[in-house]
Design a protein around this ligand. Structure first.
Ligand SMILES: Cc1ncc(C[n+]2csc(CCOP(=O)(O)OP(=O)(O)O)c2C)c(N)n1
Length: 622
């Protein structure tokens, strides 16, 4: 495929040399390029298709890399990357060692701040703008945030603080009425209200202009209306919310009109305090399948660009889907069961629960902290909340778990999807810290099912359990390794699978597949090998360890979590406490951020795959 104009763009300066005609040709080429490349590698397509013109307008109006542009979440930064010298890296988008799917300071001087989790851009950009204020540096600082990400508490905290800044600071509110799914909540309705109206500036100048021409009372009327807290004022001054908290509001504008956006960006640069430019865009713009189904194309695997059909459309049942079915079943048996998602009804599988029990399902927006304390409130009032959040996003809600759920010992179940290594989204999205950050919290209980059958059993167990409980399970296709072993779940008890002597392997959750393989290889080398499914990581089954200490010389723990604060560390602590002469070999992820790539590569890099474990055991078992 030919990209005659795009091929010549190596820096943002090259864009500034283009004629209007060339610019509109470039827009088309960028969309073609995006669809072509993402169809091969997978990635965040719909959001990028929606910001093509917006990105071009930003590049036309800034002096990069001196000026700073911060992309919220950063999943929509592909166009920006493409136009800032990285288009040749798109064949390796999200691959190990390749182009990151999110902004990365170490990747390019054009990336001002690393992102990946939502709603951070305003705080980070405000910090940069404040530093410019202190240094009397006049560079532009611009944050681009979606209407979904604006529902996050951190973004609202930053908005509250913005008026403290006494210099220019531009917030582009990229409003497509979507988070991953349809956006939710009062703020979203507020934006919709503005979206439905005529373009603000026309209206403002139109109405105010007409009123001011009324002799004697015209100006007074305008002042009066500006003071009135009525819906009329909202009609005339959309963006009142922003204006009232000290941020000038401009918009809404058509985010697909480069000329209009460059004009308003230049105007906005002249304002000596924070300003929000509200632009309307269409998620998936220019590619029919994505326009029709922006949720599917938010983050997508490789697909056929001609039809939009996924290439690997039958990967088998996922853990997410097993969880979803089990929760619907539990919900049928107990009307007090409610389900909560933070803007990910599809990703967490809760869509099924929502369809079956719409009145017992809550999508709270990208608001993990609120989701957890909201669940605590429901639990305190007698309901049985299941909060489904990805492991890495739940990091946000640490204090809410500790302070609002666990101190009161409330029966909230945390369904932690994407626990373990997640692949292409890389270091910001790895679910490798949850065992550590949860197991330190008193009253928290943690269950790691070994396969999808046990995951369903765990959900059933949770339905009858009356305290905080976290159930962790990974991304991807459900595994039924060791399906023939299905001991009923007993609180705080591990599950013995093969009971022998000498060497004991204790496997955590779905690392059972690796553990079975390692056991097999050790047995081939003549070792007697016990295999245990840890199942409950908290409370920790001390009795099991004490029993193993009697007849084993080695205890190997295998988990997909960082070593610090993990299950193996707990076993080590216990063995040290009882003073047994048994060597503990904890196999876990080193304390590091694991980069993007295939999960199997990541496992090798972390040395938690069967081959690496065997290499280590050959040295350690004597
Ligand atoms: C803390 C956190 N929770 C959830 C996500 C998953 N997530 C990635 S993008 C996204 C939607 C963002 O919506 P919006 O900001 O409107 O951007 P759009 O994709 O619509 O352009 C969500 C929920 C995340 N990245 N970070």
């Amino acid at each position: 495929m030919e990209f005659p104009i795009l091929d010549k763009i190596n820096t943002p300066e090259d864009i500034k040399q283009l004629s209007d005609v060339q610019l509109s040709m470039l827009v088309k080429e960028i969309r073609k390029f995006l669809v072509l490349k993402v169809s091969r590698t997978g990635g965040h397509l719909a959001s990028n298709l929606g910001v093509v013109e917006l990105t071009l307008a930003l590049l036309l109006c800034t002096d990069l890399p001196k000026d700073k542009i911060i992309w919220d979440v950063g999943h929509q930064s592909y166009v920006y990357k493409m136009l800032t010298g990285r288009k040749d890296m798109f064949d390796h988008l999200r691959e190990y060692g390749g182009l990151s799917g999110f902004p990365k300071r170490r990747e390019s001087v054009y990336d001002a701040f690393n992102t990946g989790h939502s709603s951070t851009s305003l705080s980070a950009a405000l910090g940069m703008a404040m530093s410019c204020q202190m240094d009397q540096d006049d560079r532009a600082v611009i944050a681009v945030i979606g209407d979904g990400s604006l529902t996050g508490g951190l973004a609202l905290e930053a908005l509250n603080y913005a008026s403290r800044l006494k210099r220019n600071f531009i917030i582009i509110l990229n409003d497509n009425n979507m988070s991953i799914a349809k956006n939710v909540g009062g703020l979203s309705s507020y934006l919709s209200g503005m979206r439905a109206g005529a373009l603000y500036n026309d209206m403002k100048t139109g109405v105010a202009g007409k009123l001011s021409r009324i002799p004697l009372i015209g100006e007074k009327l305008i002042r009066q209306i500006k003071k009135t807290k009525s819906s009329l004022k909202q009609l005339i001054l959309p963006g009142m919310f922003f204006e009232n908290i000290g941020i000038t509001y401009l918009g809404p504008f058509d985010g697909h009109n480069i000329e209009a956006m460059t004009r308003i960006l230049k105007e906005a640069r002249k304002i000596d305090h924070p300003v929000v430019i509200h632009v309307r865009t269409k998620k998936g713009k220019g590619y029919k399948p994505a326009e029709k189904n922006p949720e599917k194309f938010h983050g997508i695997g490789p697909f056929d660009p001609a039809t939009g059909e996924l290439l690997n459309s039958n990967p088998g049942k996922s853990y997410t889907s097993c969880f979803a079915d089990a929760l619907v079943k539990a919900g049928e048996a107990d009307p007090k069961i409610v389900a909560i998602t933070a803007a990910m009804p599809d990703g967490t599988g809760l869509k099924k629960f929502a369809e079956r029990f719409p009145e017992r399902f809550f999508d709270v927006g990208i608001a993990e902290e609120h989701a957890v304390t909201f669940a605590a409130g429901l639990a305190a009032a007698g309901y049985k909340p299941f909060v489904a959040i990805y492991s890495s996003f739940l990091q946000r809600a640490f204090d809410e778990i500790l302070h609002d759920v666990c101190i009161q010992n409330l029966p909230v179940t945390f369904c932690i999807d994407r626990a373990g290594l997640v692949g292409q989204d890389g270091e910001t999205h790895q679910g490798i810290f949850d065992i550590s950050y949860l197991s330190m919290i008193p009253n928290m209980n943690i269950l790691a099912p070994k396969n999808s059958i046990e995951l369903a059993d765990a959900i059933q167990f949770a339905a009858g359990f009356n305290a905080p409980l976290a159930i962790r399970y990974p991304r991807g296709t459900a595994d039924d390794v060791a399906a023939e072993f299905r001991e009923p779940i007993v609180y705080g008890k591990s599950e013995g699978i093969f009971l022998e002597t000498d060497v004991a392997i204790i496997s955590v959750g779905t690392m059972i597949g690796t553990a079975v393989l390692v056991r097999h290889r050790l047995k081939e080398k003549g070792w007697n090998v016990t295999l245990v499914n840890a199942r409950f990581l908290k409370p920790f089954d001390e009795k099991l360890i004490d029993d193993l200490l009697v007849s084993h010389r080695y205890i190997i723990t295998i988990e997909e979590n960082v070593i610090s604060g993990g299950y193996g560390a707990e076993v080590l602590r216990h063995v040290n406490n009882v003073g047994a002469d048994v060597k503990v070999i904890p196999i876990a992820i080193p304390n590091m951020y694991v980069e993007q790539g295939d999960v199997s590569l990541q496992k090798r890099e972390c040395r938690i795959d069967a081959d690496s474990i065997m290499e280590r055991l050959e040295k350690e078992l004597v």
